[in-house]
Design a protein around this ligand. Structure first.
Ligand code: ZN
Ligand code: FE
Length: 256
């Protein structure tokens, strides 16, 4: 089993996730927003750092890599397609590759959209997925490097994972995402309940993550572009799901 430590860092609510395999002591960080913050947390936990699993090339996921590699000698695993834009990559990975953290096995899932080479890491046995900036709770990443439809295809891959998969996202944007989601589905009771939970958690200074694939299926509008109720809500009844997704994403981009 993996022990998991999570915390929120910085002004953009980056989510720091550290995992450690009990049996072997092998430890991994998912992305590296800030080397000092991660190193300090590792020292508090008494953990080393063997691996950094990188989801995509953005600075807020890679800025700490060089420092952590220098201090802990961690191996840097990153999408092969973005290796030229990520510091100190030791191993470039593609869809279907596997990465071990101790005895836990993660499968690489290509999730292009937010960036063209973005990947997620999924462990069937551990029932968890690290999805970077592809999927957020009640939202998804902005689409910068591919057509909007490409992101829909990536989200469908994540939506097809087992419902009880715990999902660790790159940022804790749940509260803001939920305000937008409620404009589309004001009478979604699951969404209402989730927002009440989010308000309680954030009032206590706690993260709203991880979420689960099943919870997102019921509440995340970007997972629901092929649902009749959502399509009616945006005036696209019978619309092609990829086009509905694109319309929701465009509306979210200009929502404040
Ligand atoms: Zn990003
Ligand atoms: Fe990010």
């Amino acid at each position: 089993m993996l022990a998991i430590d999570q915390s929120i860092f910085g002004s953009d609510d980056n989510f720091i996730v550290l995992v450690r395999d009990d049996a072997t002591g092998q430890t991994a960080a998912i992305d590296a927003v800030d080397g000092h913050a991660i190193a300090e947390r590792l020292r508090q936990l008494g953990w080393g750092l063997d691996l950094i699993l990188v989801t995509h090339h953005h600075r807020d996921h890679t800025a700490g890599i060089a420092m952590l590699k220098g201090e802990f000698g961690a191996t840097v695993v990153a999408p092969a397609a973005e290796a030229g834009r990520i510091p100190a990559v030791d191993r470039g990975v593609h869809e279907g590759d596997t990465v071990n953290v101790g005895r836990a096995i993660f499968e690489v899932i290509a999730t292009p959209g937010h960036t063209a080479g973005h990947v997620a890491y999924w462990s069937a046995e551990e029932k968890l997925a690290f999805v970077g900036d592809t999927l957020f709770s009640l939202g998804c990443g902005r689409v910068f490097e591919t057509p909007l439809e490409t992101m829909w295809t990536s989200l469908l891959k994540l939506r097809a994972l087992p419902r009880d998969t715990a999902v660790y996202c790159g940022h804790d944007y749940t509260a803001a995402n939920g305000r937008f989601a409620l404009t589309l589905e004001p009478s979604n009771l699951d969404l209402e309940a989730r927002m009440a939970e989010v308000a309680r958690l954030r009032a206590d200074g706690r993260p709203t993550l991880p979420t689960t694939i099943g919870a997102e299926q019921a509440t995340n509008p970007f997972f629901r572009a092929d649902k009749p109720r959502l399509r009616r809500a945006i005036g696209m009844a019978g619309g092609d799901p990829a086009a509905v997704f694109a319309e929701i994403r465009r509306r979210k981009d200009s929502f404040s």
